[in-house]
Design a protein around this ligand. Structure first.
Ligand SMILES: [Fe+2]
Length: 324
């Protein structure tokens, strides 16, 4: 159990182990039967187009209201163009993600370290340029965005296939400098770290964990991936691999985080991703969630998660997520 861990931020509520709520599980995952400590909401999946006057897609608000009755919601942004080159006030992050995150009372918000703007938003793995100039530019945007959210903002490390030209430092050093410059936090995707360690010679996952400021980590992603054409991909379509579990245990033993979220997806990532098998995949998801809870409880104690605290109310049995 953690006894001398650095406390990252006492304002961060400790929720526990949750599941990412994404479109590929909306219609079939039995949300009401499987209690989790929190759900992570993909803001991109519920935001309305920028050329309209509403913030959320039809039915989106009702869907999130139903989900919020089961567990706390935490907002996550992939394609807000947060760190691209368009004026910040014109980005989906500011025009859509900020109002949605406020509406669901997200205790913190995480955003992905991608470049994205009107022409780049389909690029899943476009890592930032790990340079001193980008620490300054991205840091200014991160600080401004965090103030707009009115909550802590945590940046997620990406899985990427090539480093951005012009990079002057390692990713871990860049992220350490970024959160120091911006006063922001980290959302540590352990499977992305693992994926990069598999694909990039010289990328050492444990050295990575020793370089980033663990006390700034407020949330963690777990996932599994697949090989395709000799490259390992972060496709969220397989059980969490053993090295990721080892890293999770290490991180939880050395800092206090707000939540651990499991990511599960299929062809939303790539056409080459396997076709999902709902029965088999449900077992896989539940097994990974159970192991994550055991790992969490070993580090923080059995009463540290939302659903295990004394007085925690059982969820009501109701169906919430059938297609909209
Ligand atoms: Fe992730």
């Amino acid at each position: 159990m953690v006894t001398n861990a650095t406390i990252s931020d006492s304002s961060i509520p400790q929720l526990g182990v949750g599941l990412q709520f994404n479109p590929e599980i909306y219609d079939w995952f039995p949300f009401a039967r499987h209690q989790v400590d929190a759900y992570e909401v993909l803001l991109d999946a519920v935001m309305a187009p920028l050329d309209g006057r509403v913030v959320m897609v039809p039915g989106g608000a009702e869907q999130l209201e139903s989900l919020a009755k089961l567990a706390p919601l935490v907002a996550h942004s992939n394609y807000g163009c947060d760190f691209g080159f368009d004026p910040l006030e014109e980005t989906p992050a500011v025009r859509r993600h900020v109002p949605i995150a406020r509406r669901i009372a997200s205790p913190w918000v995480s955003n992905h370290c991608f470049y994205a703007d009107g022409s780049w938003s389909d690029i899943w793995s476009s890592p930032l340029q790990f340079s001193r100039a980008e620490v300054e530019r991205v840091g200014r945007r991160a600080r401004a965005l965090s103030e707009l959210y009115g909550t802590p903002l945590a940046h997620e490390n990406a899985a990427y296939y090539v480093a951005c030209p012009g990079s002057e430092m390692r990713e871990a050093e860049f992220l350490a400098a970024l959160v120091d410059r911006a006063g922001t936090h980290l959302h540590l995707d352990l499977h992305n770290v693992y994926t990069n360690s598999v694909n990039h010679p010289g990328f050492d996952a444990w050295e990575y964990l020793a370089t980033i400021p663990l006390d700034r980590v407020i949330a963690i992603h777990l996932a599994g991936g697949s090989y395709h054409d000799g490259v390992y991909h972060d496709w969220h379509d397989s059980p969490v691999p053993e090295p990721v579990w080892e890293m999770l245990q290490h991180v939880l033993e050395h800092t206090r985080v707000g939540a651990v979220f499991l990511e599960f997806q299929g062809r939303g990532h790539h056409d080459a991703t396997r076709v999902l098998d709902r029965e088999r995949d449900l077992d896989m998801i539940l097994a990974d969630l159970a192991r994550a809870r055991r790992t969490w409880d070993a580090a923080y104690g059995q009463r540290s998660r939302r659903t295990t605290r004394s007085g925690a109310q059982p969820i009501e049995a109701r169906e919430v997520c059938g297609g909209r």
